[in-house]
Design a protein around this ligand. Sequence first.
Ligand code: DX5
Ligand code: ZN
Length: 219
Amino acid sequence: MNPLIAPSILAADFANIQKEVEMLNSSEADYIHVDIMDGIFVPNISFGIPVTEAIYKHAKKPLDVHLMIQNPDQYLEAFRKAGAAVISVHYEACSHLHRTLQAIKQLGAKAGVAINPHTPVELLVDVLEDIDVVIIMSVNPGFGGQKFIENTYSKVKRLKSLIQENGADTQIEIDGGVNLENAPKLLSAGADILVAGSFVFSSPDPILTIAELKSITMV
Ligand code: DX5
Ligand code: ZN
């Protein structure tokens, strides 16, 4: 099976956001990945609700919103209204993750949990059935264009086993440093969705690069 591809708009040209979204509309992308950074949970600030709304206005693909923010609960509704189809919060930023996941679902969005590179996948076992998608961070969140962390393969395999053991239908998404070299190995390890920012947007032909990522097969 081919992976689902979620290009990260963080690497796009923000001065031409409509053009960039239209490019993604005409590509084989399955989602538009939207990275929200608050300057507190992560050491960088990206953009927030009005820019998400502007992306949604032109998007023909579902928005996969990745909240890299402390205490995300108070903003869930606003991001849902701004067009998020999937809302992912960070495990490390939530004191009451189970409650947060229910709140996302009550808003009618799919519920995701992102985990930092140091967070073991095993910590999710008791909420696995409540999670639609786990984002395994393959870089430390905060910036695009970082180097892929090799330990990710082991985390993907371990999470895949946990999902199977628990009879859950949680998807596995990989975020950070994804390229055509590591993508086939990630797919083989059990990944379902691949986020790609700089690899797509800094390539000479982003539409072709998305198609290439989409057509990878297991190794
Ligand atoms: C990192 C973000 C990623 C990032 C991916 O904090 O969550 O989504 O945009 O960008 P690349 O593919 O350039 O690592
Ligand atoms: Zn992201």
